[in-house]
Design a protein around this ligand. Structure first.
Ligand code: GUN
Ligand code: ZN
Length: 438
């Protein structure tokens, strides 16, 4: 902003093309709003107004608009929302040759064992959050490790950057090496201490985070439910029905449960602030139960392809009315870019003869993700009163994008091209509470 910044601190007026969702596209034909020439007014980190430039400028005097930042060649969009990602796995992204259960034992647990060290946790959290911002992701629901230090380190770095983040200590008391295990009791106590210290501090919120049913005893899952009951507003974050061997193992470990989801249900883990990663192989009953409890699924296409988990049945879950957000699932996923994630989501639907529209994909990465996280009153679009986490996108950032974009007949085609061909190179500016991040 420097010498051109508005004389009233915290105030910005931006002009240029703008795209955001007002509602879910499949339910409402006017759900996606595009302005070829918009005016965006920000004050003290919040959206004041957003609309067509020629109409909205009438509300302001010339003096106010003298400091207008005009970006005719950039597209303003809301920041992306990553509904499932593991920050400690940043250093093991792109690990070769295994599927879920072997991948966890071979690569994941040895890496996560190092996060008992707060310095290590802070260092990796810095790299991770920098990478999120470079890719235009402004909010994420994040797995830490079993160690309280991993959560401390993450929240300290996120707080310093004023980010809206949700994270939690992993609960796992069996079927893994001792360096990454807690007990039902210590997991419960440490989680409660972290909730007391961090939940609701600035823009940070806590998620009770049992890794997945195979690494938690029934007692640990029961205590996770207790934490949710004792701390209203806290999230539940775990994995569900990702891989066939995992599902068979859950059946063996919990013979009395009706289904994988029922293991969590019996512990009281379903609800409006519960987010389950993957949900690829669910029967209708499980889908219906997720919908009835207002629980959300985080769809993680690059991970589902990379660790060979399966093809996400988007239409089936949508038919049941389940809230669905997008997740990168790094390090099982292979990209921090939500655009690359949407590109793979499209291809996964193609393999099932389903046509994922660019509006629907964009919705799931922005307002739909906010809804999945029960944060749609705060983030996800440019509605007045929301937090000003947004991006300036350069649609011409690569030679191919520049060439291809000349032939786009409308914003819808340009959006699809963006999702399919773009990555971090198009993110020209990431704004947190109205401020560009360096
Ligand atoms: N299931 C249990 N733990 C993990 C993990 O770290 N990543 C993924 N993708 N699935 C899991
Ligand atoms: Zn995961």
């Amino acid at each position: 902003m420097s010498i051109h910044s508005h004389p009233v601190p915290g105030t910005r007026f931006l002009r240029g093309p703008l795209l955001h969702c007002l509602a879910e596209p499949d339910k409402n034909t006017d759900a996606t709003e595009y302005f070829n020439d918009a005016l965006l007014h920000i004050k003290d980190g919040y959206i004041v107004a957003c609309g067509d430039y020629q109409s909205l400028k009438q509300s302001y005097d010339d003096h106010q608009l003298a400091y207008l930042e005009h970006h005719p060649d950039k597209l303003m969009i809301p920041g992306f929302i990553d509904c499932h990602v593991h920050y400690p796995q940043t250093e093991m992204i792109a690990a070769h040759g295994t599927q879920l259960l072997d991948w966890l034992n071979t690569y994941t647990f040895p890496v996560e064992a190092q996060f008992a060290d707060i310095e290590k946790s802070r260092d990796v959290a810095e790299v991770f959050l920098q990478e999120l911002l470079r890719n235009g992701t402004t909010t994420a629901l994040v797995f830490c490790t079993v160690h309280s230090e991993s959560v401390e380190g993450f929240f300290q770095v996120a707080q310093a950057r004023k980010l809206r983040m949700i994270a939690g200590k992993v609960l796992m008391d069996r079927h893994a090496p001792p360096e990454v295990l807690d007990t039902a009791e210590t997991g419960y106590q440490q989680s409660q201490q972290l909730i007391n210290k961090w939940h609701g501090v600035d823009r940070l919120q806590y998620a009770v985070t049992p890794r997945f049913a195979p690494t938690s005893s029934s007692e640990q899952l029961r205590l996770a439910g207790q934490l949710l009951a004792d701390n209203p507003g806290v999230y539940l974050h775990t994995h569900l029905s990702e891989n066939y061997d995992e599902i068979a193992w859950v059946k063996e470990l919990f013979p009395a449960a009706d289904s994988y989801l029922d293991v969590y249900d019996q512990a009281g883990l379903l609800g409006r602030r519960s987010v389950f990663a993957h949900g690829i192989h669910l029967c209708d009953d499980q889908c219906q139960r997720l919908a009835d409890t207002d629980s959300a699924i985080a769809h993680c296409p690059t991970s589902n392809l990379f660790i060979g988990s399966g093809l996400f049945p988007l239409k089936k879950l949508q038919k049941h009315g389940i809230n669905i957000g997008m997740g990168t699932d790094v390090g099982g996923g292979t990209s921090f870019s939500m655009l690359q994630t949407l590109s793979e989501a499209y291809k996964i639907q193609q393999l099932q003869q389903v046509n994922l529209s660019p509006e629907q994909a964009f919705y799931m990465a922005t307002l739909g993700g906010a809804k999945a996280l029960d944060l749609n009153d705060k983030i996800g679009n440019f509605a007045p009163g929301k937090e000003a986490d947004f991006l300036l996108i350069d649609l011409h950032a690569t030679p191919l994008l520049k060439f291809r974009n000349q032939f786009c007949k409308d914003w819808r085609e340009a959006l699809f091209v963006l999702q399919t061909l773009a990555d971090d190179r198009v993110v020209a500016e990431t704004n947190i509470l109205g401020c560009p991040q360096g």
